[in-house]
Design a protein around this ligand. Structure first.
Ligand code: MG
Length: 204
């Protein structure tokens, strides 16, 4: 029987994100205003997160679609500097770090994944993850959850899954995971639910 495990979404759970600063910085180097520049990414964001286009093509197309006049490196920096760490979550996770395997399950892209892994300490206790752009499928579909169960040999009944999006929680619940529908405002409830789960699973 598989041991208990903890699986977490990334955005709006471990790190917050806000594209507004990126919009303002892009607008300074292209002919579009901050208010509309992000909509120019609509046609490539989905394919990028699903792994149908790679980092290089995303950057090239992003620069072309916006008419960005800076370098590719500047574009990447602007695209990635949108996150802030969830410090209460970072503190809560110390209660299970090193005691249960911890994994990520995220709809993300290569640039963002590489950036958040190397930038934020909250990811340190996580050993591995499944990412939409690599798995070529995304939440809330069941396929990426099944892939995660298989890859990490999870027993959903003994696995705590946290996500901020209800459709993702619904899929996880249907597959038998212990779930928590997270928001920053509900952090104290998350902490209580995690403590209850730890007690049930005999995690010291
Ligand atoms: Mg999220």
């Amino acid at each position: 029987m598989s041991a208990p495990a903890f699986v977490s979404d990334v955005g709006k759970v471990l790190i917050d994100f806000d594209f507004a600063p990126a919009a303002r910085r892009l607008a300074k180097k292209c002919p579009h205003p901050a208010e509309t520049v992000l909509s120019l990414f609509d046609s490539i964001k989905g394919p990028y997160e699903d792994g149908r286009i790679d980092d290089e093509e995303f950057v090239r197309e992003g620069i072309r679609l916006t008419g960005f006049t800076g370098t590719a490196e500047e574009f990447i920096t602007i695209w990635c500097e949108i996150f802030t760490e969830n410090l209460p979550m970072k503190a809560s996770l110390t209660s299970i770090a090193g005691k249960v395997p911890m994994y990520l399950l995220s709809n993300t892209s290569g640039l963002h994944k590489d950036y958040f892994w190397r930038t934020y300490g909250i990811f340190e206790p996580f050993t591995d993850g499944v990412y939409s752009h690599e798995a070529k499928c995304s939440k809330p579909g069941e396929e990426i959850f099944r892939h995660t169960i298989e890859q990490f040999d999870l027993d959903p009944a003994r696995t705590f899954y946290v996500d901020d999006l209800l459709p993702n929680i619904e899929t996880a619940s249907r597959l038998g995971f212990r779930t928590f529908h997270y928001s920053f405002a509900k952090h104290p409830e998350f902490e209580a639910a995690l403590a209850e789960w730890r007690a049930e699973q005999g995690i010291g």
